[in-house]
Design a protein around this ligand. Sequence first.
Ligand SMILES: [Zn+2]
Length: 389
Amino acid sequence: MWYFRSPEVVFGEGALDHLTQLSGQRALIVTDPIIVELGYAEKVVEKLAVAGIATEIFSEVEAEPSIESIRRGAEVMSRYRPDWVVGLGGGSPLDAAKAMWILYEHPELDILAVNPFEPLNLRQKARMIAISTTSGTGAEVTWGIVLTDPTDLRKVAIGSPENLPDIAIVDPVLAGSMPAQLTADTGMDALTHAIEGYTSTLHNDFSDGLCLKATQLVFDYLPQAVANDQDENAREKMHNAASIAGLGFINSMCSLAHALGHSLGAIYDLPHGRTVGLFLPYTIQFNRRGDAPTRYHELADFLGLPAATPDQGTVSLIQAINQLAEEIGQPRSIQQALDISVAELEADLERLVDHAETDTQIVTAARSPSTEDVRKLFLYAYHGRAIDW
Ligand SMILES: [Zn+2]
């Protein structure tokens, strides 16, 4: 038995107007200072006012939300007593809003212990709306929450299907202010979600179509969205792709590139999408042995890449990812991404390997890596070397 879960998704230009049709008393908007500066929080306030809903803004979410700021936000919620929690922004404010919502409903909970297997009994006090302003994380349609534990520079994934937002607003106008670098970084995240969601061991008939379509949209529209921020069509397609990939992977789970990416990104403070996108081709190369090539073959075939055999399909897919990444200026090796020597990486290697091996996303890897494999993956990715396993 398995479940397919999705919020109500409102998409396309003008989707934000959906807020005017809600009923409720008070909404707390969880966001960050940049989004306030861009005027998006004010837009949300205006729409909710039309619906007769009073608002307050909590805009102290940092780039990688810490447990400390989650607690602060939950306290504000407890004082304000909203019946709507509105997450507004990229992955960080949306994940922070989900975590604050959990603590608002159950202040006694240890947020780090929240998991998919124990009931949370949410929605006693509020429901949640997620409004995305970047095109990548898919956090508006997913229940996973990534927090950073600053004490040992580790990313912690928590969450329960119960904290899936009730409504996701996917309005491309709100993604219109993304600078090219952010479009590229977050676009690589969407691509990694789609491909990992299609090839994880939990892939299924319900998520497959979403992952295929999202992969295709990213290949077709990401270069244009990065090259020309005035291309509204490309931006809209990428905004949709990110949510479609989010729905795909949250119902089948991500995999090895995310486990490696979380580990490297937390220690060296690299953007999530850039990091997981960097590892994606290496993990596909690693998966060339095992059952995964059939799935890569299907993906390559769907994209119209040379795919006469599973192996040719897999190789074509790797080449296509590398080509796309180069076109949009994404690093192809750790050496390119970070200004560190191999000795510096080796000094952190034990910790990097440990964090990757204990990441929740490694469980669904198409081929289970040994500790030695994980070490090699980091080192090969450092040098940008093709992996010959
Ligand atoms: Zn991701």
